[in-house]
Design a protein around this ligand. Structure first.
Ligand code: HEM
Length: 626
């Protein structure tokens, strides 16, 4: 190589073209040869890797702009591990750091909107953002599902669903819910009694029955009864509740882009297909029943089919040339939906409600169980409003629900104090000037957080401040007027469709839970959550963390980022535990879960493929938008 260069440098005379060509050829060959000689494969890999790290870092800085966020990104993965082992303190610090802050995980740039006003702005910016749905959710729910619609099409579809959640509709679902509560609470009582006997003498927070899993199953059973009534058997409800763990597990933060057999997504898809099939067959049955003379709507499917039949009659009258008076026109004229379309939509309700409601139910039980005075007031209110009907399952009416102000306050305070959904991921559809100085780039993720708004000391200053659990702030102070801060169910075009139902359901649950149910308790006056002393509760009802002692470590379900949503490691623990727990509070079931061993194997496989996540892309479990 040096000789060639010398020859070139020293040549002052005119050199023939052929000589130049030969010389350049010699340089090329020698130069590349020299590189090949001196560079190992390892060197090439290191160089490429370094280039990729630099590119990753530069691209992070470009997207970060003026935003608050880590100055440096951990190469490629960013703070991914933090989301695998989430800590409340870390999230909280992030929210407090600035109204808008950022992180970059793998190739996804994530912007967090933490203050009330910033969060509201994102929720209400449908021109720039749409709910961010993980790819696997599309596979589970099917691409043609309404929940993936955007803009006008979404608004139109939603209007058609509103009729399923009116006051009249909710009243019709009440008896079914109470029926399920009755069945499950009796079984829970047995579980409590057995645990009390077996573990008598165990200290606080030891022994007792872990109700968090039972509550999850109960939530699923109540939801199924509300959605599909009696068209589904007990066994099917139980199966869906069990399988639902697979669906949640499939929706984890980071997942494999394709569904590989025997992985979480594969089991999740199988479970989802089964739910869709079951719901579709329920729709077929509902269609037949609702055509019978005098049939009354008892569940969401009935109601939907009834509304479709009403719309059809209206269309026929119009086709016959009749002038239909305005009051006889259906509020929303529905088109004909197939059984499978109904099934897909009802599945989104289950998808949206299961984790959020389970989280709320767990906190509701824990918070009230730890506060005997709150329970006493709920019970007194029930007695005052319902009189002789109080304590009789199936007795509560929608009018009672309207009057149970303190019970509603307990539910709303639970949702405010420990919101089940703390972050709702949205996807930026086009460059979005969020502030005068910052534009969120297209393709990034914008996540409004609900926590700071719901714990705003200015909005909730009374009764010990925003970090205290105080239902009285809803009855004695002005918490009810702080609508702008009430982001528990989101706001804007995707606000929670089931929010009235969710609150009512939790109220009915509280009312039934606190009752001295004569059917379940014959000897002594006590409830499932009997609270004559705090010790009773730790021994009988739950092993959830005590909120006063572990404020910063809420139960895992709290970490659901969105209804559908949950953070993978947390779900992993939850499911592993559940599958190794033999007790079950479902009526008539007390055996270890039959598919335990197969499921355990599945979890092992998931762990093994974990390192492959590097080539996967970020998935924020979300049904928001669902
Ligand atoms: C305590 C229980 C619940 C909580 C905390 C909750 C919270 C939320 C939140 C935060 C959103 C996103 C809102 C937004 O993007 O602005 C949402 C959406 C949704 N929720 Fe709920 N939810 C609960 C229960 C339910 C129930 C029981 C149902 C169904 C019966 C339901 C159905 C939906 C649906 C369908 C959406 C998507 C709406 C759309 O994209 O248009 N949720 N929910």
């Amino acid at each position: 190589m040096a000789a060639v260069m010398d020859a070139l440098n020293s040549s002052s005379s005119i050199v023939p073209a052929s000589t130049i060509e030969a010389t350049v050829g010699a340089i090329n060959t020698s130069f590349l040869g020299a590189i090949a000689e001196n560079t190992s494969t390892f060197g090439i890999i290191v160089t490429l890797l370094a280039a990729a790290v630099i590119y990753d870092q530069l691209s992070y800085w470009r997207q970060k702009g003026t935003l608050v966020g880590p100055a440096w990104k951990i190469p490629f993965i960013g703070p991914f591990l933090e989301s695998v082992w989430p800590k409340f303190e870390a999230y909280h610090a992030k929210w407090l750091s600035a109204p808008l802050s950022c992180v970059s995980v793998f190739h996804k740039f994530v912007i967090i909107a933490s203050t009330r006003d910033m969060a509201r702005q994102i929720f209400n910016a449908p021109a720039y953002v749409k709910p961010c749905v993980v790819d696997v959710a599309i596979k589970l729910l099917r691409a043609e599902n309404w929940v993936f619609l955007d803009g006008k099409a979404h608004v139109e579809y939603r209007k058609g669903l509103n009729g399923l959640f009116t006051r009249q509709a909710l009243a019709a679902y009440l008896p079914g819910q109470q029926e399920v509560y009755e069945e499950y609470f009796e079984a829970f009582h047995e579980v409590s009694e057995t645990a009390r006997k077996e573990q008598s003498g165990a200290g606080p927070d030891k022994g007792g029955a872990k109700f968090v899993y039972h509550l999850r199953e109960l939530t699923c059973a109540v939801a199924c009864r509300t959605f599909v009534g009696h068209y589904m058997s007990h066994a099917q409800v139980k199966e869906i509740a069990d399988d639902y763990y697979n669906i949640t597990a499939a929706l984890e933060l980071v997942n494999f882009p394709i569904i590989i057999p025997f992985t979480k997504t594969w089991y999740g898809k199988k479970a989802a297909d089964k739910v869709l099939e079951t719901f579709a067959s329920c729709a077929t049955k509902a269609r037949i029943r609702m055509k019978q003379p005098g049939a009354k709507a008892e569940c969401i499917m009935d109601r939907w089919i009834m509304e479709m039949m009403g719309s059809e009659r209206y269309r026929e009258r119009i086709a016959r040339g009749e002038t239909v008076p305005a009051e006889e026109k259906p509020q929303h004229v529905l088109r004909e939906f197939s059984d499978f379309e109904i099934s897909m939509t009802v599945f989104t309700f289950l998808f949206a409600s299961q984790d959020a409601t389970s989280s709320a139910a767990s906190w509701l039980l824990q918070l009230t169980a730890d506060r005997p005075e709150v329970l006493r007031k709920v019970r007194d209110e029930g007695k005052n409003i319902m009189g002789d009907r109080y304590g009789k399952y199936g007795a509560i009416t929608i009018d009672d629900v309207d009057k149970l102000n303190y019970t509603r306050a307990v539910v709303k305070e639970t949702l405010r104090y420990r919101p089940p959904v703390i972050m709702v991921p949205y996807l930026v559809k086009k460059d979005y000037p969020v502030t005068p100085t910052y534009t969120a780039p297209k393709g990034s993720m914008l996540i409004p957080s609900t926590w700071l708004s719901l714990h705003d000391p200015e909005a909730y200053p009374t009764h010990g401040g925003a970090d205290e659990f105080a239902p009285e702030r809803w009855t004695e102070a002005d918490a009810e007027d702080k609508g702008k801060n009430w982001l528990v169910f989101g706001t804007g075009p995707h606000y929670c469709l089931g929010q009235q139902y969710a609150v009512m359901n939790l109220m009915v649950r509280s009312n039934n839970l606190e009752t001295e149910n004569p059917k379940a308790h014959t000897n002594r006056s006590r409830s499932l959550c009997s609270t004559s002393s705090p010790q009773t509760t730790t021994g009988t009802t739950t092993s959830l963390p005590h909120p006063r002692r572990s404020r910063s470590s809420p139960p895992s379900s709290l970490w659901s980022v969105q209804p559908l949503l949950a953070i993978p490691s947390v779900i992993f623990l939850l499911t592993t535990h559940n599958r190794t727990t033999s007790s079950s509070a479902s009526p008539g079931a007390s055996q270890p879960r039959p598919r335990w061993q197969h499921q355990k194997k599945q979890l092992l496989i998931n762990f093994r493929i974990f390192p492959l996540f590097f080539i996967a892309h970020i998935k924020t479990p979300n049904l928001s938008g669902c």
